[in-house]
Design a protein. Structure first.
Length: 472
C-alpha cells in the first residue's frame, strides 16, 4: 500500500470513530462519547509510537557533520524539523525523539556503518514495550527513560515499578514521582543540586515599551516555598472573602492581580516598616524525620512545593520563627480529638497534609485545600485523621456531586468512583501514596546517580543530545 493510500485509510477510520462534521457528537450519549474518547486516546498513543520512530530516524540522520537531514530540509536541527512538521513545541519534539531512540536503538542508515538487520535491544525494555503497546505516551516514556538513565544502578525492578506507576498517573503527577525517586536515589547529588540552584537565583526588573514594569526571575525551592506560601495565603483569603460577601465568580486573571497587589503591599511595608504589616499571616510547614533533623542527613519535604529537600536544607529553614518543622514520629501532640470538636485543629490539618500531600484527589498544593469530614460531623462523624481528608474546592464539589465515596485510615486514603464512571467501582489510591514509588530500599543512599551535567553542545566528534536538559 502506498503512503497516500495508507494515510487515506487512516483518515476514513478516524471519521468513523470521531466524525468531523459539526453537531454529530452532540447527538451521542455520554457513554458513547466516553468510549470514543478512550479509543481515540489509545490510537493517539499508538500514533505516537510511529511518530517517535520517525522522529528518532530524523535525529539519527541529523547527527552528521553540517546538520545532516534536518539542515538539508531547511531546519536548524532535528528538534526544529520534528516540531515544525508536527506543529508541536520543541519540548514535545524532544520527547518524540527520545522515545524514538528508546524504541529503535540502532536505527541508523546503512551508510553510517550500522550492521544491517541488527537492532540493539533497548536499555529500558519494559518502558519500550509499554510505549509500543500504547499504554504509555511518548512524553511519559521519555520522562521514564531520562529518569532511569540518571540513576546509577537502576534495575528492572525499579523500571517495572515506574512503568506501573506511569500508567496510573497524569504526566504532571508522574514528573513529581520521578523527581522524588531521583532525590531519594542519590542524596549527595541532590544536595549539590540545591547548592547550585541557590547560586542560580535571580530577580530582574525591567520597563517594557508600553510602560509596564516586568518582573522576571527564578529562586531555589527553599526560597520559593516562603514566597509561594505567603502569596497563596493572600489569594486564598481574597477569594474566601469574595465568597462570603456573595460577589460571585472572579474575573479571569484575578489571582494574578492579587499576587501583584500583595507584592506591592509588601514592598510598601518594607519602606515604612514602623507601620503594621500587610497581608494575611501564614506559616511554612517543613517535614523531616527525627534523625534527619538531628543530623542533617536524609530527605524531607515542604508543603509549599513538590520538590523534595535535603534534611540539611530543611534544618536551615526551620531556624525561621515563621517556618514550622514537623518532626515525623515525634508524637509530641495529640492529633485525634474525637467528637468533641467540630473543626480540625491546626495540628490535625498538618497531619492530614503529611498523609495526603495536598489535595488527596488531584494533588493540588496544600495551600489550596481545606480539611473535610468524610462522614459529616452533623451526622456523628468525628474530627480525626481517619475521618478527614484534604481536598481543594473543585474536588470537594466533584466528589459530593458525582457520588464518589472516600475511605481513609491514619496512613492512607482511597476514592471509589460511582458506577456511572467505573462500573466495577475499583478503588483508586489518593494522597502521597499515589505518587510514591518503592525504590527497593529504606535508608538514605548516597553517590548513586550518574555524575553528569546535561551539555548544551556536544563534545567534538560526538552526536548531539536531542533531549531537553533537565539538571539533577
Amino acid at each position: 500500500m502506498e503512503i497516500g493510500e495508507a494515510a487515506a485509510a487512516v483518515e476514513r477510520a478516524l471519521d468513523v470513530l470521531v466524525p468531523a462534521e459539526p453537531g454529530v457528537l452532540a447527538g451521542l450519549s455520554e457513554a458513547d462519547v466516553a468510549a470514543r474518547q478512550a479509543a481515540w486516546a489509545r490510537i493517539r498513543r499508538l500514533v505516537d509510537v510511529r511518530g517517535a520512530l520517525l522522529a528518532g530516524a530524523v535525529a539519527q540522520r541529523s547527527d552528521g557533520a553540517g546538520g545532516g537531514m534536518a539542515r538539508r530540509h531547511g531546519h536548524r536541527n532535528a528538534v526544529g524539523m520534528v516540531a515544525q512538521t508536527t506543529g508541536s513545541s520543541a519540548k514535545d519534539a524532544r520527547d518524540l525523539i527520545a522515545a524514538g531512540e528508546l524504541l529503535s536503538g540502532g536505527d541508523a542508515p546503512a551508510e553510517s556503518g550500522a550492521m544491517a538487520g541488527v537492532i540493539p535491544a533497548p536499555r529500558w525494555s519494559q518502558v519500550a514495550a509499554a510505549l509500543r503497546a500504547g499504554t504509555l505516551s511518548a512524553a511519559q516514556a521519555a520522562l521514564l527513560k531520562d529518569t532511569l538513565d540518571r540513576l546509577d544502578g537502576a534495575d528492572e525492578t525499579l523500571e517495572a515499578r515506574l512503568v506501573a506507576k506511569a500508567q496510573r498517573l497524569a504526566l504532571a503527577d508522574l514528573r513529581k514521582a520521578c523527581l522524588d525517586v531521583t532525590a531519594r536515589w542519590d542524596l549527595d547529588r541532590w544536595e549539590a543540586r540545591e547548592k547550585r540552584q541557590r547560586a542560580d537565583r535571580y530577580v530582574s526588573v525591567s520597563e517594557r515599551a508600553d510602560g509596564m514594569v516586568a518582573l522576571n526571575g527564578v529562586v531555589d525551592p527553599a526560597s520559593g516555598a516562603v514566597i509561594k506560601t505567603w502569596l497563596d495565603a493572600q489569594v486564598r483569603d481574597a477569594f474566601a472573602r469574595r465568597r462570603n460577601e456573595g460577589l460571585g465568580p472572579a474575573e479571569p486573571g484575578e489571582a494574578g492581580r492579587i499576587r501583584a497587589d500583595a507584592l506591592v503591599g509588601l514592598a510598601r511595608h518594607g519602606m515604612r516598616c514602623d507601620e503594621p504589616g500587610s497581608g494575611v499571616s501564614t506559616q511554612v510547614v517543613v517535614r523531616v524525620d527525627e534523625p534527619g533533623l538531628r543530623t542533617g542527613l536524609g530527605l524531607g519535604s515542604c508543603d509549599a512545593v513538590s520538590t523534595p529537600m535535603s534534611a540539611g536544607q530543611l534544618r536551615r529553614m526551620a531556624v525561621d520563627a515563621k517556618i514550622l518543622p514537623v518532626v515525623l514520629g515525634a508524637g509530641s501532640q495529640a492529633l485525634d480529638v474525637g467528637y468533641a470538636r467540630r473543626y480540625f485543629t491546626p495540628a490535625q490539618r498538618i497531619a492530614l497534609a503529611e498523609r495526603d500531600g495536598g489535595c488527596a484527589f488531584c494533588h493540588a498544593p496544600v495551600s489550596w485545600c481545606d480539611a473535610h469530614h468524610i462522614q459529616e460531623w452533623s451526622r456523628g462523624g468525628p474530627s480525626n485523621l481517619a475521618n478527614g481528608v484534604l481536598l481543594c474546592t473543585r474536588c470537594h464539589h466533584r466528589i459530593h456531586d458525582d457520588g464518589w465515596t472516600v475511605k481513609a485510615t491514619t496512613t492512607e486514603v482511597w476514592f471509589t468512583p460511582p458506577r456511572t464512571i467505573d462500573p466495577k467501582q475499583t478503588p483508586r489510591q489518593g494522597g502521597r501514596a499515589a505518587l510514591h514509588v518503592d525504590i527497593g530500599r529504606t535508608g538514605p543512599e548516597r553517590a548513586r546517580t550518574h555524575e553528569r551535567e546535561p551539555a548544551h553542545e556536544p563534545a567534538p566528534g560526538q552526536p548531539r543530545d536531542h533531549r531537553e536538559p533537565i539538571p539533577v
